[in-house]
Design a protein around this ligand. Structure first.
Ligand code: GLN
Ligand code: ZN
Length: 770
């Protein structure tokens, strides 16, 4: 069985690309030096994959920033605002792509960046292509050809990876009215044909086309576009071998389209959708020539493959089709997992037992190779030994007391509907809360964090390195907290926050204190451009040892008579931004986290905290790709939030906060959360969003963000009064709160103070008006 790989992490095991990109942007290295780093990452990756025994190695999976942006450059889909840069400034392709990704502010020019959004259901962000009505395409960047060539010179007969034309168009946006971007397909295909022709001239044989939009619910027009594209390619290059890859989901209703495409190989994500193998084998596939690429090794998670499970799938396919019609691969590009588990040598952060259950990109290649070996008639001695070791690792995971803690599972199993519901309806609670809080109309609050200044960060670093004693660190954090409380009182804020100065990150802070989590040292994954994240690993049953936030919240509350809002991260967001165990349903893990948060909520309440916010910014992004799976996800997500938030008395006010997304399609679920107050990001589509809430007759209180915290700009008081007056036309005034869009941790103090003071003044003006 031939093995192949869909893509390898491009950041480098030590984040070499991040460092080089940032050094280049800062003017510390030149383009040649940056290019050198990039080349050595590519070469390294190729050698590493070859050493692992992978037969078909990808090229063009490398990108300085993003592969969708690369496709814009390849097809000449460069928005008009950058043309001036190209012509007048004579920007190189390298600088042009950075200008498109990051904007260009130099020498009196101010060109905005292209938009960025999440790549399917991952935490990777791609640059959103922009299309004009009279959009022209022409081959502009020949990166795929040069990288193929580069691999060839280094002795690799690599497989170029291209984002397919239909997904490219669908992932983009029309920047003008009057056309649909899919109508551009006819103009776009010639560029792809030109690329294929050049690759063909260089003897490229395998070409991987990624069409991950096949994991979405496509309509007939979209399905037909896919058929048209690949029929065109196949007719022009009948001797090339096209591997069509979709991943992250089942093909669903697109399956027939996919199976009928004139391509040589169809890739299946058998991790996300193992059942589709049966569906496919039940068709007439036996009588066709189509090969299947079995994506059995999880490219989205850090767990070791379960060889017995994978071998069962492989054998089934092999019996039906024979080994020479099968390829073996990871489920998707390995872009979404960290590079190399071997770097994790610090037992204190990652215990050996837990490490023995894990595999990063490099280890996953070995798994693919070993599975191929084990699928032959005469598996090698090494492979057989690997199988034994793998079975032992799986067995240890199934039974380890590190993972399985019966008290946790028993508690989760005992959760009832009553636990997942506040005792009385909202309007009754609102009265009870108002009796305690006595808030004015248009109460003011913020979302939680205040500026994480370099000083605050340096204290944490020094404390972690032992350069500050815990007592010294504590005193500094308290001082910062006290200053923020004094300032909030001064400006007349109604519901105060402590400022989150003690927190590095809203998930990590909780993960570090919860049982069932571990943290890696080098487990970096690209989030966008040079930004990498190191997600916590949830390996086992989750529970709370001690109170996590009571100390600083209580301290802050002790300084003021006004209410200080306790600040927690919700279960769905903690789950969404971590690597999650795969030995039980995600919903089960989510419920365990919810119970831990519920305990924290109770402790805060017992400590005299009257308002508690549970942030769920990632609730929307956790939505499954296929609509038929939404209901189940939303049921569990809402239930987890309610379990976390419902253990309190009527008079305790629960807030939630959401941002980063359009919520129009999940209003019902947001209402079902039954939070007393939701503060929500609205700066991008204020009225649309509020009209949505209004048309749904959203019953509880809402704080539509009145200013965008992503920019240093200080909003004028009148502007915010205006916005609130608009909000009042759709939502009754006594349901409205006044707050910014999101937390302020990325801002500086001067702009924060000015903006928040103006916001509080705006609320006062509103009170005088009504
Ligand atoms: N409470 C968090 C903060 O203010 C919320 C962050 C978020 O919504 N992403 O930082
Ligand atoms: Zn937010």
């Amino acid at each position: 069985m031939i093995t192949h790989n869909l893509g390898y992490p491009r950041i480098g095991a030590h984040r070499e690309l991040k460092k080089a990109n940032e050094a280049y942007w800062a003017g510390k290295i030149n383009a040649t030096e940056l290019e050198q780093t990039a080349r050595s990452i590519r070469l390294n990756n190729w050698y590493l994959q070859k050493d692992a025994g992978i037969d078909i190695i990808p090229c063009n999976d490398f990108s300085f920033y993003d592969h969708v942006l690369d496709t814009c450059l390849m097809t000449g889909a460069i928005p008009a605002r950058y043309h001036e840069l190209l012509v007048d400034k004579q920007l190189s392709q390298l600088d042009l792509q950075f200008a498109m990704a990051r904007g260009y502010q130099k020498e009196g020019l101010d060109v905005t960046a292209m938009e960025m959004t999440k790549w399917f259901d991952t935490n990777y962000h791609y640059i959103v292509p922009e299309f004009a009505a009279n959009q022209q395409f022409s081959l502009f960047s020949e990166k795929v050809i040069t990288q193929y060539h580069e691999a060839k010179r280094a002795g690799f007969q690599a497989k170029p990876v291209l984002l397919g034309p239909v997904s490219f168009l669908l992932l983009g946006k029309e920047k003008e009215k009057g056309f649909h971007r899919l109508q551009l397909l006819g103009k776009l295909l010639p560029v792809y044909l030109e690329v294929l022709s050049k690759l063909n001239d260089l003897d490229a044989h395998y070409i991987q086309f990624d069409e991950p939009c096949l994991s979405l619910n496509l309509n007939k027009v979209e399905q037909d576009a896919i058929t048209k594209a690949y029929t065109t390619f196949q007719q022009a290059f009948p001797h090339m071998h096209f591997i069509l890859a979709s991943y992250f989901e089942c093909y669903g209703e697109n399956l027939q389209t996919a199976l009928n495409l004139p391509v040589q190989t169809l890739h299946l994500d058998l991790v996300r959708c193992p059942s589709q193998l049966d569906d496919i084998l039940a068709t007439d596939i036996k009588h066709k020539k189509l090969r299947l690429s079995l994506g059995v090794v999880d490219g989205r998670n850090i767990w070791k493959n379960d060889y017995d499970k994978s071998l069962a799938l492989i054998q089934k396919a092999q019996q039906a089709l024979g080994a020479d019609r099968l390829l073996l691969a990871p489920s998707c590009s390995l872009l979404h997992v960290p590079c190399d588990l071997d770097l994790e040598t610090d037992e204190a952060s990652l215990p050996a037992t837990i490490k023995s259950w894990m595999a990063f990109a490099k280890q996953k290649l070995d798994e693919v190779k070993t599975l191929a070996d084990l699928s032959t008639d005469n598996p090698s001695v090494n492979a057989l030994q690997d199988l034994k070791d793998n079975q032992a690792a799986m067995e240890s995971r199934r039974t380890s007391p590190l993972i399985h803690r019966p008290a946790v599972t028993a508690r989760a199993a005992a959760v009832t509907d009553t636990d997942a519901r506040r005792a009385t309806p909202f309007l009754q609670r609102k009265q009870a809360q108002q009796a305690v809080l006595r808030l004015p109309k248009f109460p003011t609050t913020t979302i939680g964090s205040f500026p994480q200044t370099p000083a605050v960060r340096s204290w944490r670093n020094k404390w972690k390195k032992g350069e500050l004693t815990p007592a010294e660190y504590d005193a500094l954090i308290k001082e910062e907290t006290a200053a923020s409380i004094r300032w909030q009182e001064e400006i007349g804020m109604d519901v105060l926050v402590h400022g989150e100065f003690e927190r590095n990150d809203m998930v990590e802070y909780f993960g570090e204190q919860l049982e069932g989590f571990v943290f890696t040292r080098y487990g970096w994954v690209q989030s966008y451009g040079s930004r990498c994240v190191k997600p916590p690993v949830i390996f086992g049953d989750v529970s709370r040892k001690d109170a996590m936030t009571v100390y600083y919240t209580r301290y802050a509350q002790s300084l003021t008579n006004r209410p200080v809002k306790g600040m927690l991260t919700g279960p769905v967001t903690i789950l969404q931004w971590s690597f999650v165990r795969n030995d039980q349903p995600r919903a089960a893990t989510c419920l365990q986290i919810a119970l831990a948060i519920r305990d924290e909520v109770s402790d805060l309440e017992a400590a005299g905290i009257k308002v508690i916010q549970i942030d769920e910014p990632a609730l929307r992004e956790g939505l499954p790709l296929r609509k038929e799976n939404w209901e189940k996800y939303l049921y569990h997500a809402v239930r987890a939030f309610k379990v976390a938030s419902s253990g309190v008395q009527d008079k305790t006010q629960i807030h939630t906060h959401m941002c980063y997304a359009e919520f129009n399609d999940i209003f019902e679920s947001i209402a079902a959360l039954d939070a007393d107050v939701i503060t929500i990001e609205t700066s991008r589509s204020q009225n649309e969003l509020l009209e949505g809430f209004a048309s749904f007759q959203y019953p509880n209180d809402i704080g539509p963000g009145v200013y965008d915290i992503h920019s240093p700009r200080i909003p004028a008081e009148e502007e915010m009064v205006d916005l609130m007056e608009k909000a009042m036309t759709v939502i009754p005034a006594d349901q409205l709160w006044v707050n910014p869009d999101c937390g302020l941790k990325t801002r500086d103090w001067p702009e924060t103070k000015a903006a928040v003071a103006a916001m509080v003044a705006a609320a006062k003006t509103l009170r005088n008006k009504v």
